[in-house]
Design a protein around this ligand. Structure first.
Ligand code: ADP
Ligand code: FRU
Length: 295
């Protein structure tokens, strides 16, 4: 069991399941609705906690019933929230999500009115006991300073960085992590129509990191620091019901694989199988890595 710190968002997800995606200006009924705790880093930590790790979340919360709901949910799933910061006004980040019950696709509309986790908050944490630090690629200026600080003070603690959305300056963070986790959205935003091209171009500039890029139902690709590619098909569950957080689950699978000292090929396979299992179920409960490493 490893001790992991994740720095990023926890959100309130209002999920409406619909039987087919609506047209603009339609009025339709949903077949199900649920209010869930979400957020990329929070989701990743909840999965890692189920895989047996001691997880800690560093992020922002508001002192409201919604903030309490998020905190309770994380704590009930074994994620320690002592490193979070509470503010008295604003709103927790809220995502209104349409989940297409026919395909499992999710459409997210996100609202945020919350200060960011600061460098001062981060530097006040006792980091030396952690085995892994995972950063969500947002709040870029502060994140750069946090990652820099870690690389100077705690060079032996491995760092992963999630690069989901193109944000100004996010590339400045690439040299500060050993594991870079890219999304299809980011690759497309950079003009790469396949994951290999993105990874090749990042590898040329940052040969010191292992690279991963997910590509939805196609699966994912990795390139290790020696420049070796691996392609992994998605693990398709009997029925795809909920792809919300598939990428966050993939990231948990990668981090767990490194902590278990597996090789990149096995790590990629394990992450795809875990993400595929998640797509076959609603939410994140009941996930395990059994059978994830393949034949
Ligand atoms: P995100 O959730 O960040 O949008 P992706 O859609 O790329 O990320 O999904 C992450 C991983 O989840 C993929 O690499 C794949 O392994 C798995 N995955 C995504 N969609 C499906 C699906 N429909 N069926 C099976 N696996 C999927
Ligand atoms: C899924 C997710 C949701 C959240 C949204 C934030 O990856 O973390 O839980 O609402 O993305 O962008």
């Amino acid at each position: 069991m490893a001790k992991i710190l994740g720095i990023g968002n926890a959100t309130l997800d209002i999920v409406l399941t619909v039987d087919g995606y609506p047209q603009e200006n339609d009025e339709i009924r949903c077949t199900d609705r649920s209010i869930r705790r979400g957020g990329n880093t929070a989701n990743t930590l909840v999965v890692l906690s189920q895989l047996g790790h001691a997880c800690n979340w560093a992020g922002m919360l508001v002192d409201t019933a919604e903030g309490q709901f998020i905190r309770n949910d994380l704590e009930s799933r074994g994620v320690d929230t002592a490193a979070s910061r509470l503010v008295g006004s604003g709103s927790v980040p809220i995502s209104s999500i349409l989940l297409n019950g026919r395909t499992g696709s999710r459409t997210i509309i996100h609202y945020r009115d919350l200060p960011e986790y600061s460098l001062a908050d981060f530097c006040s944490l006792e980091l030396k006991s952690f085995d892994w630090l995972h950063f969500e690629g947002r709040n870029i200026e502060a994140l750069w300073a946090m990652m820099r600080w870690c690389s100077e003070r705690y060079p032996s603690i491995p760092r992963s960085l999630e690069i989901e959305k193109p944000r100004p300056g996010i590339e400045d963070l690439f040299g500060l992590a050993q594991v870079l986790l890219f999304s299809q959205t980011y690759a497309l935003s950079r003009g790469h129509t396949d994951p290999e091209r993105l990874l090749q171009s990042v590898h040329r500039q940052f040969p010191g990191a292992d690279l991963f890029c997910t590509w939805g139902v196609r699966g994912a690709v990795s390139m290790d620091r020696e420049g070796r590619f691996t392609n992994q098909a998605a693990h398709i569950p009997p029925r795809v019901v909920d792809t919300l957080g598939a990428g966050d689950t993939f990231n948990a699978g990668v981090i767990d694989g490194y902590l278990a000292q597996r090789d990149t090929v096995t790590i990629l396979r394990q992450a795809c199988v875990l993400a595929g299992k998640k797509c076959g179920r609603t939410g994140f409960d009941g996930l395990s890595c059994s059978g994830c490493q393949g034949p």
